[in-house]
Design a protein around this ligand. Structure first.
Ligand code: CS2
Ligand code: MG
Length: 403
């Protein structure tokens, strides 16, 4: 079976998505997500200008060879743009292979290891009371695991807290939004949030929290310690991880489980963290970490050290990524949890899908392939609309800080 066509479709049904569609001489098509929030067109052009010409005429069944060809062959390795482009090709090829076999993708990976995929929801509010309300609302929707974020007294805008109570904030039109930050205010506030949430919801729910890279290692260590009484499922992205050793310091001080990896692209970004057992959950996902082929490599390394998966699943990843991730989650033996933020209605219409949510869990469905398609006509009604992620500045002196 040969690849006869490859097209990049960019659309914006609320958020910007980049989708690669492969066609074959057998009449089968496959889809891969290549969305990189705020830098979408870099991946689109990497694909169109440099990858698509290499794909035409290739054997669609040679997924591994194509992965190696694009990774080693480029000479310039790793990085979010390269790895998202490779991921899109890889995901589309797995989609085609599973369709050719007449099977849902998880069957090709080795079959289901579980009946359903545990997902966590997002609860956020401008203050603690509002966040507690949101936690209750998500519990009523059936979620067993809930991430809680709240505004911080004295700070204008904080990551994870949507403006106008919209479900999701990152990426706005015009210049990047400037948020302000003060680690001391945040460090005083976060334990109070979890004390209130535990008081309100009790102990039958898993609670999660995202620090979004904003603390230094020693501050992260202190937060982990202060949150211990509330038994979090994880504390996410406590500090930036370019220096993987930084996590050793956090680890020495706290038993709060640590998650990281939504911005990682390859196993090399995770390697030290996993091998030295400095983390508990690895959050790499299909679209930004080289597709199913590479994610499987990361998960297998993690399994050796009892590190479990917890794939990124924000709404800036398209339903194509979500579908593929859910097949992966249903199979992967060392599964931990999957992030779930429902897409808006327009996105769900543009990307009809077989996956479904039910009472705190998801399932990828039984459609052959990964079960996600694109309505190209509808997609054409939503042209690309440039948007940027916010930047973060210290309240004290306006210096640029981590976001
Ligand atoms: C996040 C994301 O879901 C998460 O945990 O940290 O919201 C992240 O900020 C966005 O995906 C960035 O595009
Ligand atoms: Mg995050």
């Amino acid at each position: 079976m040969k690849i006869t066509g490859a097209r990049v479709i960019v659309c914006c049904p609320g958020r910007n998505f980049v989708t690669l569609k492969l066609e074959t001489d057998a009449g089968l098509t496959g889809l891969g997500d290549a969305s990189l929030n705020g830098r979408e067109l870099a991946v689109a052009s990497y694909l169109t200008e440099h990858v698509v010409p290499l794909l035409i005429g290739r054997d669609a069944s040679r997924i591994e060879d194509t992965w190696q060809y694009l990774y080693r062959g480029a000479y310039w390795r790793r990085g979010p743009v390269t790895m998202s482009a490779i991921a899109a090709v890889d995901t589309a090829l797995w989609d085609i292979k599973a369709k050719a076999a007449g099977m849902p993708l998880y069957q090709l990976l080795g079959g289901a290891s579980r009946e359903r995929v545990l997902v966590y929801a997002h609860a956020n509010g401008r203050d603690i009371a509002e966040t507690v309300d949101e936690v209750h609302r998500h519990a009523a929707l059936g979620y067993r695991a809930i991430r809680a974020q709240s505004g911080v007294p004295g700070l204008d805008k904080v990551y994870g807290v949507a403006t106008d109570r919209k479900p999701y904030e990152p990426a706005t039109k015009g210049l990047p939004l400037e948020q302000d930050w003060d680690s001391s205010r945040y460090l005083r506030h976060a334990p109070k949030l979890f004390e209130a949430v535990r008081d309100a919801i009790g102990w039958d729910y898993e609670l999660l929290h995202d620090v979004h890279h904003r603390l230094t290692p020693i501050e992260a260590a202190r937060l982990g310690k202060d949150l211990e009484p509330y038994r979090l499922f994880w504390m996410e992205d406590a500090t930036p991880a370019e220096n993987q050793e930084a996590f050793r310091l956090i680890r020495q001080h706290t038993t709060t489980p640590l998650a990281v990896g939504e911005i990682f692209n390859t196993v090399w970004d995770c390697k030290d963290l996993i091998q030295h057992q400095l983390i508990d959950f690895i959050r790499t996902t299909v679209v930004h970490a080289g597709g199913i082929t590479h994610l499987r490599r990361i998960a297998d390394l993690a399994a050796l050290y009892q590190v479990r998966t917890g794939s990124h699943g924000a709404t800036d990843l398209s339903p194509v990524c979500m579908g593929a991730a859910l097949h992966f989650d249903l199979w992967v033996p060392n599964f931990g949890i999957q992030e779930h933020m429902p897409h808006n209605e327009a996105t769900d219409e543009v990307f009809p899908h077989a996956y479904r949510y039910e009472a705190g869990f998801m399932h990828p469905g039984e459609a052959p392939g990964h079960g996600v398609e694109i309505d190209e006509k509808l997609a054409a009604n939503y042209p690309y609309d440039r948007a940027y992620l916010p930047v973060n500045r210290l309240q004290r002196d306006g210096a640029l800080w981590d976001w």
